[in-house]
Design a protein around this ligand. Sequence first.
Ligand code: UD1
Length: 429
Amino acid sequence: MDRIKITGGAKLEGVIPISGAKNAALPLMIASLLTDETLTLENVPRLADVRQLFHILENHGVDHAVQGKRNGMDDLAGQTVSLTARAIVDTRAPYDLVSKMRASFWVIGPLLARMHEADVSLPGGCAIGTRPVDFFLEGLRALGADIEIERGYCLARAKGGLVGNRISFPRVSVGATHVMMMAATLAKGETVIENAAREPEIVDVAECLIAMGAKIEGHGSSTIYIQGVPRLHGARHRVAPDRIEAGTYAMATAMAGGDVTLDGATPQHLEHPIELLRQAGAEIDITNRGIRVRRNGHGIHAVDADTAPYPGFPTDLQAQFMALMTAGKGTSHITETIFENRFMHVQELARLGAKITLDGQKATVEGVERLQGAEVMATDLRASVSLVIAGLAAEGDTEVSRIYHLDRGFEHLEQKLSRCGAQIERISD
Ligand code: UD1
């Protein structure tokens, strides 16, 4: 199994191109199920999760074509993918495919909207918590679907099609908002989603759906209005830049020191993390290329962070921020409010010499002078990249194993960091 070896201590200098957002690309690909015409997506990241979703969509009858390399194209550029769901031949999403990636459960929305039926395996647990699907089921039932759970599958039927309704989620859910928004595009009449997620990826998907002929208003706010239409058509859409990837490299630069421009990053999607990074001692400038990050000469200051739905501090940057705080001067408190088990990086960071204590959903991090390289294990996607960040500043060598987690969500990680001077390599046994 592949490992990543990092020799800590090198500063980062240069430009890192920011990829298309994984969390936008996945629901955008799923949206292709809503039309029999071709949906072309530009800037799709080359990630294991994207490849896995190709398999899932193929099983429903979706053809995909990936555009080959073009003259002058940077090796790190995203790919252009055309998806055509001319005929949906299978409305069943089986366990062996869905269990590999939770977001594949989201096909339930478009399948139900277009085919009026879907048999989708429940996603099962995952490393960062139980992650139930009750909001999805309540929402789809409100649109008139009959849903039964049988032998680990959601058997959903909407004879005569879905019908618009008002839905109010008890708490903000990104996935449930995506699914309801997609399902409502083809429902009869108006759907209103209250307490909707406001994440930039929701806005990106809404804009693509609008380009496909959907009638959506209010996306980006907590109330989304959708007027159902009889059919959607093909479109071309560019996936928005990955704010989590940009935030991750911003934290890596603050940790290692240096001067890095995050090319193509959208600063308005990262206001909260940028504010915390500034308080922690990073100098951040918004340029016409994206975001420039430098570390001032005074080291890292301890800063507190509480995760929250957008526009709050993203749970997907919590582990990376904690890695940075291990080098902070003083004590910081990091509270996780979205997922109940998202602190698995703590014991691995401790192997590098970090001083962290846990009390329920709150971590207290006491900064240390310098981390020490060690062998550590990736446990989930964002946790694994926090170990890379820690390794960049640790003394000596750090080896991160189980990096298939990293490959799920970070495109060309070693190339992007090594081009900026990091000593990082992938070791294949
Ligand atoms: C998405 C992101 C993930 C991010 C998360 C929160 C993708 C592919 N994944 O995950 O990277 O960390 O948003 O920003 O975009 N919940 C319920 N019942 C439900 C649905 C959710 O109780 O039916 C709970 C979850 O357990 C969690 C909270 O709601 O505690 C938020 O989860 P949600 O926003 O749905 O996360 P995902 O969409 O799975």
